[in-house]
Design a protein. Sequence first.
Length: 273
Amino acid sequence: MRPTLAVRHWAGAIIVALLLSFLVYVNIPGTGIQDIIAAEQKELRNGREGLPDESVTESVFGAEEMAVGTDACEGHATEKSDEPSDSRLFAALRECKAYAIEHQSGQQQGFAMYMHTCVLLAVSEHPLIFGLGYDSLTYQRVNPNVVFVEDNADWIENRKEAGVTSRIVEYNYTTKISARNELLDDSEIPTTLLSVLGERWDFVLVDAPKGYALGQPGRYESIKFASLVPPPVSVCVHDTSRKIESMLFARYFGEPHDVLKQREGHDMMCKYK
């Protein structure tokens, strides 16, 4: 039996709070990571109403249990195994944390935003990501079941040569941004992706295609597709600080459950249904 939305939301909240406590616990000297986490925790709490704070998390899991969990997870989460699920999760989070620290200066996603994405990816069974970024290798190690959607054939070959072996769906979008902040009518946005990808997804991250300039496809099709995936599913849309993404999210999902802020404006909204 799949958990109810309320149970899934609170479980996710506890995992995120535990994650942030865990990251402080395993701080790497010289990275300045505690300052980053403190700032991101504040932003995360401001954007998540009803999230339990760290004291609640510690009372639920206990400091000793948290320490045991962090010590029990060496290596990468490369495949499903008989290893306890919490150990696989912490291994996945170590992978994401290492990548986020290494790419702090150039990472468009804020630290807490990136780790939030990794938690949802790690606990999902059928994850789908629009966009095949430099972090695709990390995402693949976090969850080998991940499927990527990409519209640039040359870039697909680049990522394959870099080591991405997960399934990649090449898809050519048909929409175009012809006017700044233009919101197409729902009837103008095709649903072809449904026949290409199907509906069996429990986590969808929309971080593509490009949508920051005129003539680019915009994220009309990918966001509409995500709205058509039946529950239970977690949907996160990146770059909702841009007007088109924000308006599309409001049209298809209403009010977000989470709004994660990033300093350069690459915000992300999430809906759990």
